[in-house]
Design a protein around this ligand. Structure first.
Ligand code: ATP
Ligand code: MG
Length: 439
């Protein structure tokens, strides 16, 4: 992509309304613009990151055996009246009346709708287990939308729902998500810790929030220091096998956010306890028959008896993750994208547009990088080199290649690693080979 054609409205000034670094950088890097309170438009650079994150979430869900569906954003109030949540949900729910006077709502979550789908089409124990996910916009009229997309009113969420015959099977479904979540966040360059969360009236140990450490996190978190060293399951993980040992390894170490943590009764000695602030990026939750019971989601068991379906739900804040990655990975000059979510892998800069030799060399390298399948943003604008360097640092692409007349005299271009700041001189051919071959 040529920058001269790209819609990248970067800002030099720090927007006054942004309190946290991710919000500031997302505005400055031209990733998002506010449409109204807690509601954002995603501009090209921001959308690319959002889509990359979405794709990692999707890939890991599919790998774990979940199947993708797409449910609508608008739901009928009837289902929520049936489950008993229509009144309880309160002012966070955006309620709409259609032209026929029917009560509708913009979905804040999808337990009711998915339970309706399952009760209509799953009739036998033989059809279980099932795990269905979708990635869809949600609306919650948050009392205090803030920190940009971190706590928006409209936000993109991956949510899925598991349906099992009994609690043992439901535990396996839960464990699959537990493992898939560990892998998902790691694939975005994040270290997210599972923390025991409130499991509601049914109790038990099957509710965990996944939090990424960041100074600006909304929750205070406490966790055993050994958690840092725990390994994330690799590509060879067998989702059909016994995942309990992996889950036990994580859950046997103490970890809780402030809602659950009780300093007086903490089982970990003070010297072994780390604390910090965390951003909740995911939540997994087993709730048994909470919805299947009022909504009558039953299957016929092997003996012909009716059995209520056991359910769990699992959320990931896809749009919140864009901000969480920035909170975890930036410096005073801007964003530092991990390669897996970066909007472009390489930022190529022509430092002297008015120098015919320089422009020819930069154009040539751009064409060859593109032909080699490298996702590259090419700064071909007529601007000072200094402005180009600071814009590239701001938008955080993992690699920068600077083509200038001085280097070209010696047959070299400068390649910079955004994360480490390390610079190396390479011939244009070697620079091409560096990105065309190595990932
Ligand atoms: P929170 O305590 O942050 O309000 P929640 O418990 O309401 O979260 P869930 O209903 O479990 O959240 O939703 C699943 C995920 O969706 C959360 O883990 C979070 O990452 C994301 N999420 C929830 N609310 C918002 C929001 N207002 N803006 C952006 N992402 C959100
Ligand atoms: Mg909430």
């Amino acid at each position: 992509m040529r920058l001269s054609r790209y819609f990248l409205p970067t800002l030099k000034e720090t927007p006054a309304e942004a309190e946290v670094v991710s919000h500031r950088l997302m505005l400055r890097a031209g990733m998002i613009r506010q449409a109204s309170s807690g509601i954002y438009s995603w501009l090209p650079l921001g959308l690319k990151v959002l889509q990359n994150i979405e794709e990692i979430v999707r890939r890991e869900q599919l790998r774990s055996g979940a199947q993708e569906i797409l449910m609508p954003t608008i739901q009928s109030a009837d289902l929520w009246i049936e489950s008993g949540r229509y009144e309880d949900y309160g002012a966070e729910m955006l309620r709409i009346t259609d032209r026929r006077g029917r009560e509708m709502l913009y979905g804040p979550t999808n337990e009711e709708l998915i339970t309706d789908i399952i009760r209509s089409d799953i009739k036998s124990y033989r059809d279980l287990p099932k795990n269905l996910f979708h990635i869809q916009w949600k609306f919650r009229d948050e009392i205090r939308p803030r920190f940009g997309v971190m706590r928006g009113r409209e936000f993109l969420m991956k949510d899925n729902y598991s349906f099992d015959l009994d609690e043992a099977a439901a535990r396996h479904s839960y464990n699959r998500m537990f493992v898939a979540y560990l892998r998902t966040f790691q694939a975005m360059g994040l270290r997210a810790f599972p923390m025991r969360a409130d499991s509601g009236p049914i109790g038990g140990d099957m509710s965990h929030e996944f939090l990424v450490l960041a100074e600006t996190g909304e929750s205070k978190v406490f966790f055993h220091k050994d958690m840092d060293a725990l390994a994330i399951p690799g590509d060879d993980v067998d989702y059909d096998g016994d995942l309990q040992p992996i889950v036990d390894q994580w859950t046997s170490l103490y970890a809780a956010s402030d809602e659950q943590h009780d300093a007086a009764n903490c089982p970990v000695a003070a010297e072994d306890l780390n604390s910090g602030r965390g951003i909740e990026v995911g939540h997994i939750f087993f709730f048994g028959t909470k919805y299947s019971k009022p909504m009558g989601a039953v299957v016929q068991g092997p003996g012909g008896d009716e059995i209520l379906v056991q359910m769990g739900s699992y959320g990931i804040g896809v749009s919140r993750l864009v901000a969480a990655v920035i909170e975890a990975s930036h410096d005073e000059n801007g964003i530092i994208w991990p390669e897996s979510v970066a909007p472009f892998r390489v930022g190529l800069m022509n430092l002297r547009i008015d120098d015919a030799g320089c422009t020819a060399a930069a154009d040539d390298l751009y064409g060859k990088l593109q032909a080699a399948g490298v996702d590259v943003l090419y700064d071909d604008r007529d601007e000072r080199a200094g402005a180009k360097f600071s814009r590239m640092d701001l938008i955080g692409l993992p690699w920068q290649i600077a083509v200038g007349p001085r280097g070209l005299k010696d047959g070299i271009v400068e390649v910079k690693n955004r994360a480490t700041g390390e610079r190396i001189d390479l011939s244009p051919e070697d620079a091409l080979a560096r990105f065309a071959t190595a990932k």
